[in-house]
Design a protein around this ligand. Structure first.
Ligand SMILES: Nc1ncnc2c1ncn2[C@@H]1O[C@H](COP(=O)(O)OP(=O)(O)OP(=O)(O)O)[C@@H](O)[C@H]1O
Ligand SMILES: [Mg+2]
Length: 299
């Protein structure tokens, strides 16, 4: 199935000017990003570029210092369970499963935003849970079938190999019936066959009408999969475009290799600091022993 069969165009995610500061560190700076229905969009960048922080800003884990995030036109609530209920689901770079629950139970917990019984009922398995259980189990089994884990439904999730735990996280995210799925390094720790299978899985998710935004360091995976790729470097969006555009941009290679390039993100800050230092030095030279002396201790 190709993307042509899917209606494109509706803006599912619209992030504008997203900035996230932690004290003096600006992890994400003025990032704009849209994801449209029917699209798979990639988010790449060197370690520490701000990719996961940006995801956290999209999912209510962090409230951006500046900027606005809209999902299907509505500003997102600032709580992660409300974001999930609104229609955005995610997986985590560091897998977060209930290790001592079965594979099936993990998916059932993922459905809590879509059942009246709610999270605690699913965890504690009270009477309300049992009533709703049959329909939920059917849906959860369908999802396990979809990701290729149906034969492991009764296994404890902690006993699954790493690659299968990542698939289970995807099934659990899908259980909340999202319109947008955010995947943070879905193939980390996978072998090439598992990575290839995950690629097919992401296409199949897109073909179900779910838009996908995916972070990954595996470039072959990203360029095979994505309609569009955005590159974050030091918290700023450096380039965005199709695979050919991104691959053809020398600044992307330079950023990955840690080489300096003209107008690199962060350059302004360096220039500002250098200018301030030069100014301070000339002021000190001009009037030694004035107020500038001892300023160092005030910082
Ligand atoms: N809660 C936090 N408090 C302080 N600094 C943080 C916090 N979360 C992230 N950072 C910093 O923000 C920057 C971006 O981190 P982030 O995890 O978003 O990068 P990333 O692009 O996902 O990297 P990787 O590819 O290694 O996963 C880093 O300098 C990180 O140390
Ligand atoms: Mg990360």
């Amino acid at each position: 199935m190709t993307t042509e069969t899917i209606t494109r165009g509706e803006t599912v995610l619209d992030a504008r000017g997203v900035t996230m500061r932690f004290g003096g560190l600006t992890a994400v700076r003025g990032v704009d990003l849209t994801v449209n229905s029917g699209e798979i969009v990639g988010l790449i960048g060197p370690n520490g570029a701000g990719k996961t922080t940006f995801f956290n800003c999209l999912t209510g884990l962090y409230i951006p210092t500046e900027g606005e995030v809209r999902y299907k036109g509505n500003v997102l609530p600032a709580k992660s369970f409300k974001v999930t209920a609104a229609g955005i689901a995610r997986t985590f770079q560091n897998i977060r499963l209930f290790a001592n629950m079965t594979v099936l139970e993990n998916v059932l917990v993922g459905r809590h935003t879509r059942t009246k019984e709610g999270f605690w009922s699913a965890v504690l398995r009270g009477p309300g849970f049992h009533k709703a259980e049959r329909a939920s189990r059917e849906r959860a089994m369908e999802l396990l079938e979809f990701v290729g884990l149906a034969n492991k439904a009764d296994h404890l999730s902690r006993n699954l190999p790493y690659g299968e735990q990542r698939k289970l996280e995807i099934a659990r995210a899908l259980a909340s019936e999202p319109g947008l799925l955010l995947l943070d390094e879905p193939t980390a720790g996978m072998n090439p066959q598992e990575t290839r299978a995950t690629e097919e899985l992401v296409f199949a998710i897109r073909d179900k009408g779910i838009a996908v935004l995916v972070i990954e360091h595996d470039m072959r995976f990203i360029f095979n999969l994505c309609d569009r790729v955005a590159v974050l470097v030091q918290g700023e969006k450096l380039v965005e475009g199709d695979s050919a555009t991104v691959q053809g941009d020398d600044r992307v290679v330079a950023a990955y290799l840690g080489e300096p390039f003209e107008d690199a993100p962060g350059d302004e800050e360096v220039a500002e600091v250098e200018a301030a230092e030069a100014q301070a030095a000339s002021a000190t030279d001009a009037a030694p022993g004035t107020d500038n002396a001892g300023k160092e201790n005030d910082r």
